[in-house]
Design a protein around this ligand. Structure first.
Ligand SMILES: Cc1ncc(COP(=O)(O)O)c(C=O)c1O
Length: 449
């Protein structure tokens, strides 16, 4: 379903989410506004856990923080026994500050700095997923001073071509992510990790892409990871404790798109895993880790915009311009992502809809949220709701045109709470240095000396 589980319309056609009237909420919280439905997030967490339990006993759901990260979300994840994966010092910092226990954090990324690795080691994260040989070298250097062996997994690139947008493919041979299985890099990374007693090799990880709908693609990822683990046992006698086929479970962004539900995805992965482990010769199943990001939060989130202007170009199209756009949701411009929209106050017997283009307010012709969407004749001041806006929208939000990042509210049980404040104009000045602060920079001849 494209809308949050609790979305409903009253007898007059007014939208409510989590028991909260959306128009009234927009009145007090302003727009653009991102509303997250707590019940949907919790239901997704539970569905993943239940789905995994249909196939394996030792399984962990790890939320990919890149989809959207906030203190309130982390609290929910902790409560729902869902771990977290981070890809930067910033995500790691927010996850830790928000109460995620370090041992439940996985640190990913193809370009981790020494400072980020140090931060992760000091915090005591559950695993660092190594992505290239330079990172292994860095971990070697850092392991000298480490108090305990550093828990690592090796991210393999299995060469699986997932059916998704090119920008969202990560498991193909020509990818910046992971160490190739076919060209022997993954095996060499395992050998190098095993060479150093201060690296504790937990297992292997693959992530083949994002917004993937076919469960068979995940089955292929499971098989690839288990096959690799078997090959490494044969080669080096090493038994993994954790294996992960990553995340990437697709969601519906429009009502006519269909996606498997979270439980089905997890059950398909768990059952494929159980079957692969049964023939692997491992005495017991290593812990299975899945990493859904988008599918935990996408359909929980709804973006609310206010219409600022309407411009009809006879015989061409009608633009309906709203008070947000690519600064809070860049996905249509970046990937050609398609969304749907409805009026918050839909009315019951209102006039029939016509096709309009929902345009953002930012200074790019490409700032179009939805190219052709059927809407009743909207007027400036009307509120428009865009569902399935919970993932990779705010996470990629920018201050383009000095846009203020929107406020975020979490709704549950008829109550709404602000979980992220709207930025203010003062915030926009907070990084500006308004007095001259010269840096002491060496000349090139001084540097050479
Ligand atoms: C390593 C890893 N795990 C999990 C995810 C989450 O993917 P999704 O949000 O599509 O589930 C990503 C996304 O890029 C990723 O890179």
């Amino acid at each position: 379903m494209v809308w949050p589980n609790t979305a409903e319309r009253d007898a007059d056609g007014n939208l409510a989410i989590g028991g909260v009237d959306v128009a009234a909420l927009a009145e007090v919280a302003g727009t653009p506004l991102y509303i997250y439905d707590e019940a949907t997030i919790r239901a997704q967490c539970l569905a993943y856990r239940e789905g995994l339990a249909t196939g394996v006993e030792n399984a962990v759901v790890t939320y990919a923080a890149k989809a959207w990260l906030s203190h309130a979300l982390v609290e929910i994840l902790v409560d729902e026994s869902v771990n977290i994966d981070v890809v930067s010092g910033g995500e790691l910092y927010v996850a830790l500050q928000s109460g995620m226990p370090p041992e439940r954090i996985t640190f990913h990324g193809n370009s981790k700095s020494v400072a980020e690795l140090e931060m992760a080691i000091e915090a005591g994260v559950g695993s660092i997923v190594v992505d290239n040989f330079d990172e292994i070298d860095r971990l070697y250097a850092l392991s000298v001073a480490a108090a305990a062996p550093i828990p690592v997994m090796v991210r393999i690139n299995p060469g699986i071509d997932a059916h998704t947008h090119d920008y969202r493919k990560t498991g193909i041979v020509d990818s910046k992510f992971g160490l190739g299985v076919q060209n022997g890099d993954a095996e060499r990374a395992v050998a190098r990790s095993l060479d150093n007693d201060m690296l504790d090799l937990l297992g292997y990880h693959a992530h083949i892409g994002s917004q993937i709908f076919e469960t068979e693609t995940f089955t292929a990822a499971v098989d690839a990871v288990v096959d690799f683990a078997v090959a490494m046992r044969e080669r080096f006698g090493v038994t993994p404790r954790k294996l992960s086929p990553g995340g990437g479970f697709g969601v519906a962004h429009t009502p006519d798109e269909e996606a498997p539900d979270a439980r089905s995805y997890a059950a398909a992965v768990a059952q494929a895993y159980a079957a692969a482990i049964a023939t692997s010769g491992f005495d017991s199943a290593p812990t299975l880790v899945i990493e859904p990001g988008r599918s935990i939060v996408a359909n929980a989130g709804v973006a609310i915009y206010r219409v600022d202007a309407r411009k009809a170009i006879p015989g061409v199209r009608t633009y309906v311009s709203v008070d947000g756009g690519m600064a809070d949701n860049i996905r249509p411009a970046l990937y050609g992502a398609v969304y749907s929209a409805e009026l918050v106050a839909a009315g019951i017997d209102g006039p029939a809809g016509t096709s309009v283009t929902l345009a953002g307010k930012f200074c790019e012709s490409g700032d179009v949220l939805i190219r052709d969407v059927e809407l009743p004749p909207v007027q400036p001041g009307d509120l428009i709701a865009v569902p399935a806006a919970g993932a990779y929208c705010l996470a990629m939000a920018s201050n383009y045109n000095m846009a203020l990042k929107p406020a975020v509210v979490m709704v549950a049980g008829g109550r709404a709470r602000t979980v992220q404040k709207r930025e203010s104009y003062q915030d926009l000045m907070s990084r500006e240095v308004t007095t001259n602060q010269y840096l002491s920079v060496k000349h090139s001849d001084q540097r050479a000396g």
